[in-house]
Design a protein around this ligand. Sequence first.
Ligand SMILES: Cc1ncc(COP(=O)(O)O)c(C=O)c1O
Length: 432
Amino acid sequence: MKSNKIETIAVHGGQKPDPVSKARGMSVCRTTAYVFDSAEHASNLFALKELGFIYSRLGDPTSQILETRLAQMEGGSAAVVTSSGTSAVHYTALTLARAGDEIVAASNLYGGTHTMFKILLPDQGITVKFADSNRPDSFRDQITSKTRFLFVETMGNPALDMPDISALAKIAHEHHIPLVVDSTFTPPTLYRPIEDGADIVIHSLSKWIGGHGAAMGGAIIDSGKFDWKNSNVPLFNEPDGNYHGIRWAHDLPTELAPQAFALRFRTVPLRNLGACLSPDNSWIFLIGCETLHLRMERHNENAFAVARFLKKHPEISWVRYPGFEGDPSYTVASKQLKKGFGGMVVFGIKAGKGKSATERGRKFIENLSLFSHVTNVGDTKSLATHPASTTHSQLTEEEQKATGLPPELIRLSIGIEHIDDIIADLEQALAN
Ligand SMILES: Cc1ncc(COP(=O)(O)O)c(C=O)c1O
């Protein structure tokens, strides 16, 4: 059955009952390698004349169901899954850029991505220039003939700033380079960035898509819309020594051309650096997809209620939630987010009782009992963290400021427990 309804795709996308066992659920193929039908079949698979399974580092049937489902949920042409969101970001950079190239990225990124862009990629010869995600023109100002892509998070971690994706896509496309977006904080039942012109979408599946804090994983989704036949993306136009000298923009069979990015991602960094997702974890993420839309409704509803509670609380100095009219993200959030404003709330406690705002914030986290103090988001369980001393602690004070991170900021990932219990826990932690 074909459906364009995301709730139906989330449950059925990419999967039919197994024709041999008749199992209705997804099978997990625990094998490293797949038998070739003949010598010709083997060489056709390696030459991309046919697509099929070779060796599980390159793909497996369970992960393929997940990839098909994610591509359909995001409205893309193909997806590739990886062992973490971090490897998905890194391999995206290596699929598009090499030593001597440049990237323009938002400064308000998840701390791990920020460090990768500030230290690791420059060590590999790729220069990253940082821009202000709230000012699309600041990206345009930094594009040179060496820029290979623009990179933003759809909802910045941790400040919850939301860049205008269609404005950034316009700038990227004027320069014939792709716009890459990490949409981890806005899973596809909330936002589909390809509809606003994003060319590549990245997810840390470890967050809301998996949804239960049960497994690590990442994914890229290729929109299939970017025109790779242009000199601003040389890795797609020159013979690729990594894969039989193929020119990805020119030599693929017509039906595979819309998957050029996904194919280079799979056959170059994934094949040669190896951070593949295990089929067991793909199975966990498939189960996560099936209830994503239901969980997100509760995450959105609970997070909005928490934000309202904090806003009225006398001990709180400020609260950010993209759903508040007047929040700096509200204009973009109300344009881009179709079904709620997400499960994250960030806030600062007032200084007082002889303590600084940061000291009181840390004490508040220790006082929580239903909330878990962990460095994660997107779990069914409510979570709290203090990013300045954990996820973003490798950033300098100035970089923390640029990323929208005041030292007292507390980040809450609101779970799907009963709202009364969530509020009661916050209330007692603020009182103690
Ligand atoms: C927005 C964002 N992107 C990427 C990542 C990295 O994903 P993973 O932890 O799955 O490697 C994270 C992790 O917190 C994140 O918040």
